[in-house]
Write a protein that binds this ligand. Structure first.
Ligand code: 6R9
Length: 650
C-alpha cells in the first residue's frame, strides 16, 4: 500500500474523542483476554428490568448455541424511548427529511413515546402477542420507525422487507415467518415517483394465500393520499386505529434471548434466510458500536442514509442511535433528487455532524461533479462513515477531500446482516486511516484469516475471513431452520463463524475486505444470491437454463451478468431480452434487474454437469485470455461461442 493513501489520526480528532489509540489497545486486549468481564461491564449500558448474572454462554461447535446476558430481562423500546423521557423528553429523536425538499418533520422523544405506545396498543388489540411475527413493508417515513419500536415494545418479532422488493418476494417472506399482520403505506415516494406499496402488499397477500398462508390484518399508513384498493375486514387505516387507543402501553418483559427481529438476506444457495436477532446482546452491541465508531457525543445530529429495509437501517438509524438518546435523521429520498447536491443540502439544513452512507452513492455523486458539493457549506460535519461494500481508494479520497475538506475522519465499517453491528472499523480518535481499509477489529471481535483447508494464517496474508469467537450482536439462528444456520456459517471451517468474505491483512495488522468468495453479489451495496436470480430466470417459460455472475461495475461495484439458454425452438431477440429483464424485476425487484444478458447456446460444464462459474466470470469480465484449465469441460467448444458473443468489451 502506498503511503499516499495513509491518513494518520489528526490531533484535533483525538482531542475530544471518546477513545484514543491507547484506550483502544487497552480495551481491545481486555475484551479478548476476558470477554466475560468486559461485556459484563458494558452490558450495563442499557437498562435491565432484571439484571443478568450470566454474561457469555456461547459455543461455535456441537450444534452451535449463542447466548448473551441470558437471565437478564429488558425491553428494547423501553431503552430506546422511555428511559430518555425524564432527561430528554423534549429533545428531537427523529428528523424526517421528505423526498420533497420543502418538507420535513421533527419528532421529540415524548412524541415518539406517544406514537409507539398507541401503535403497540393497536397491535395488541389486533391480537398480536409476544413472539408473533409482523411484516413491515414501508417507505422511509417516521411511521416505519414507530412500527419497529411498537413491535419491540409488545414483544412481537418484526420482519422489515425493503420497499423495493416485488410482491413475490414479499409474499415469500410473509409466508416463511408466518406473519398474520402486515404493515404498509398507501404509496412510497422516491425521486418524485410514487411506489405502489399497498398494491404490492395486496398482491403479496394474495400470493401468500395461494401458498396456504392467510394474512388477517393489513395496517395502512396514509402517506401520499394515492388511490388504494380496500379489503373490508382486513385493511385498517393507521391514523384511524391509533386515534382510538390509549397512549399508555406497558412494555413487555423480554428475556435477553427473546427474538427482536428477523431480516431476510441472500446467501449463496436457495431462498433468502431469515436472520434472527435477539434482544439484549443485540442492543448492547448496536448502541456501543454506534457510540464509539461514530464518536457520538450528546447533542450530535446523526444521519445514516440507509433504508430501514436493510440491517444498517435497523442498527444505525433506529436501535443504536435511539438507545443512545441521539437525534437520528431519516431520509425518504434519493441522493440525486432534485439534484446531486441533495445530501449536502440536507446536511446544511439540519446541521448534520455525523454522516454515514454507502460507496455506491459516493461514486455516483463523485461522477456528477465537484461543483454540486462545493456550493454547499458542510461545516457542521465532524465524522464520515462508509458501509455496504469495499470503498475504492479514489472514492475514499474524494469523500475525504471534497466532502469532508480533510477535516473529518472516515470510518469504513465492515459488517453484515448476520453480525448485527460493526465488526471491523477505525475509531475516529484512535485509528490511523488507510483509504480502502476497514482497519482494525472492534472490541471483542477476533478476526482470523484461514486458507482453503481451514488452516489459520498468521501475519500479512490473504485469506477467508472468519471470526473465532462470539460477540453479543451476532445472529442466533436462521428463523425456523437452525440446521441451515450451522451449515451455512459454521461448517466450512469447523468451530469458526465464516463470513463469506475474502480479506487481506497487511503488515500493520489492518484488514482489507476484498469481497465475497461465495456466490453472493453485492450490487450497489445490496446483497443478492446468484441462485435467486437464476431461479427467477428459469421460471420464465422460454428459458431452460441460466447462470449468473458478477462483473466489476464503475458505479454499482458489481453488475449482474446473466447467461441464458433457451428452450428448444425459441429464438433470441431484443424483445425477449427486455422481457427477461422485466421478468426478473417482477420476480425479485428492481435491485435484481440484470445489467447484461448473453444468449448462450450452451454453458461450460464439467463432465459431472457442474457449471464452471470461474470461466463465466472471466468472460463477463472480458478477461478471457486467462481462462485457466478448461480440459475438464464436457464440451470446450461452448467457451469459444461465449467469448465471441461476450457483452462486455473494453
Ligand atoms: C452491513 C451490510 C454484507 C456484505 C459483507 C461484505 C460487504 C459490507 C463492507 C463490505 C467491504 C465494507 N460489506 N460492508 N465490504 N467493506 N465496509 O452491508 O450488510 O447487506 O448483509 O452485506 O457486504 O461483502 O459480507 P449486508
Amino acid at each position: 500500500m502506498s503511503d499516499s493513501h495513509l491518513h494518520p489520526v489528526k490531533p484535533e480528532w483525538t482531542k475530544n474523542a471518546l477513545i484514543d489509540n491507547e484506550t483502544y489497545l487497552d480495551w481491545y486486549k481486555q475484551s479478548i483476554d476476558d470477554p466475560e468481564a468486559f461485556w459484563g461491564q458494558h452490558g450495563k449500558r442499557i437498562d435491565w428490568f432484571k439484571p443478568y448474572s450470566k454474561v457469555k454462554n456461547t459455543d461455535f461447535s456441537n450444534g452451535v448455541s449463542i447466548k448473551w446476558f441470558e437471565d437478564g430481562v429488558t425491553n428494547v423500546a423501553y431503552n430506546c424511548i422511555d428511559r430518555h423521557l425524564e432527561k430528554r423528553g423534549d429533545q428531537v429523536a427523529l428528523i424526517w427529511e421528505a423526498d420533497d425538499p420543502s418538507k420535513d418533520k421533527k419528532i421529540t422523544y415524548r412524541q415518539l413515546h406517544d406514537a409507539v405506545s398507541r401503535l403497540g396498543n393497536v397491535l395488541r388489540e389486533a391480537g398480536v402477542k409476544k413472539g408473533d411475527r409482523v411484516t413491515i413493508y414501508m417507505p422511509m417515513i417516521p411511521e416505519a420507525t414507530y412500527v419497529m419500536l411498537a413491535c419491540a415494545r409488545i414483544g412481537a418479532i418484526h420482519s422489515v422487507v425493503f420497499g423495493g422488493f416485488s410482491p413475490d418476494s414479499l409474499a415469500g417472506r410473509i409466508a416463511d415467518c408466518g406473519s398474520g399482520v402486515v404493515i404498509t403505506a398507501d404509496e412510497g415516494l422516491r425521486g418524485g415517483k410514487p411506489i405502489p406499496l399497498k398494491a404490492n402488499a395486496d398482491r403479496a397477500i394474495e400470493i401468500a394465500k395461494g401458498q396456504g398462508f392467510n394474512v388477517q390484518t393489513l395496517l395502512v399508513v396514509k402517506h401520499t393520499g394515492g388511490q388504494v384498493r380496500w379489503v373490508d375486514g382486513r385493511d385498517v387505516w393507521y391514523h384511524e386505529a391509533t386515534e382510538k387507543v390509549s397512549a399508555e402501553c406497558e412494555p413487555e418483559q423480554m428475556n435477553a434471548e427473546d427474538p427482536l427481529f428477523i431480516l431476510y438476506t441472500s446467501g449463496s444457495t436457495g431462498k433468502p434466510k431469515g436472520v434472527l436477532h435477539t434482544t439484549g446482546g443485540y442492543l448492547v452491541y448496536a448502541s456501543m458500536t454506534h457510540q464509539y465508531v461514530f464518536d457520538y457525543h450528546e447533542g450530535d445530529i446523526y444521519w445514516c442514509t440507509a433504508d430501514v429495509g436493510w440491517v444498517t437501517g435497523h442498527s444505525y438509524i433506529v436501535y443504536g442511535p435511539l438507545a443512545n438518546g441521539a437525534t437520528t435523521l431519516i431520509f425518504e429520498g434519493v441522493p440525486n433528487y432534485p439534484s446531486p447536491s441533495r445530501f449536502w443540502e440536507v446536511i446544511d439544513k439540519h446541521k448534520v455532524n455525523i454522516f454515514y452512507t454507502a460507496p455506491t452513492a459516493l461514486r455516483a455523486l463523485m461522477g456528477a461533479g465537484n461543483e454540486h458539493v462545493a456550493k454547499t457549506d458542510r461545516s457542521s460535519l465532524r465524522i464520515l462513515g462508509s458501509v455496504g461494500e469495499p470503498i475504492n481508494p479514489e472514492a475514499w479520497e474524494w469523500y475525504f477531500k471534497v466532502v469532508g475538506e480533510e477535516r473529518c475522519p472516515i470510518v469504513d465499517t465492515w459488517w453484515q446482516t448476520e453480525t448485527g453491528g460493526i465488526l471491523i472499523t477505525p475509531l475516529p480518535g484512535a485509528t490511523d486511516l488507510k483509504a480502502g481499509s476497514a482497519t482494525r477489529p472492534f472490541f471483542g471481535v477476533k478476526p482470523e484469516l484461514v486458507d482453503g483447508d481451514g488452516k489459520v494464517l498468521e501475519g500479512p496474508t490473504d485469506g477467508n475471513l472468519c471470526i473465532a469467537d462470539s460477540w453479543p450482536g451476532q445472529m442466533r439462528t436462521v428463523y425456523g431452520d437452525h440446521e441451515r444456520f450451522v451449515q451455512t456459517y459454521f461448517s466450512t471451517y469447523a468451530g469458526k463463524y465464516f463470513t463469506g468474505d475474502g480479506c487481506r491483512r497487511d503488515e500493520d495488522g489492518y484488514y482489507w475486505i476484498t469481497g465475497r468468495v461465495d456466490d453472493v453479489l453485492n450490487v450497489s451495496g445490496h446483497r443478492m444470491g446468484t441462485a435467486e436470480i437464476e431461479s427467477a430466470l428459469v421460471a420464465h417459460p422460454k428459458v431452460s437454463e441460466a447462470a449468473v455472475v458478477g462483473y466489476p461495475h464503475d458505479l454499482k461495484g458489481q453488475g449482474i451478468y446473466c447467461y441464458v439458454t433457451l428452450m428448444a425452438g425459441e429464438e433470441w431477440s431484443d424483445t425477449l431480452h427486455k422481457e427477461l429483464v422485466a421478468h426478473v424485476r417482477s420476480e425479485i425487484g428492481p435491485i435484481a434487474a440484470p445489467d447484461k444478458i448473453q444468449f448462450a447456446p450452451g454453458l461450460p460444464k464439467t463432465r459431472s454437469g457442474k457449471i464452471m462459474r470461474r470461466i463465466l466470470r472471466k468472460i463477463a469480465e472480458d478477461d478471457y485470455s486467462a481462462l485457466g484449465d478448461t480440459s475438464t469441460l464436457a464440451d470446450p467448444a461452448v467457451v469459444d461461442d461465449l467469448i465471441a458473443n461476450r457483452q462486455n468489451r473494453k
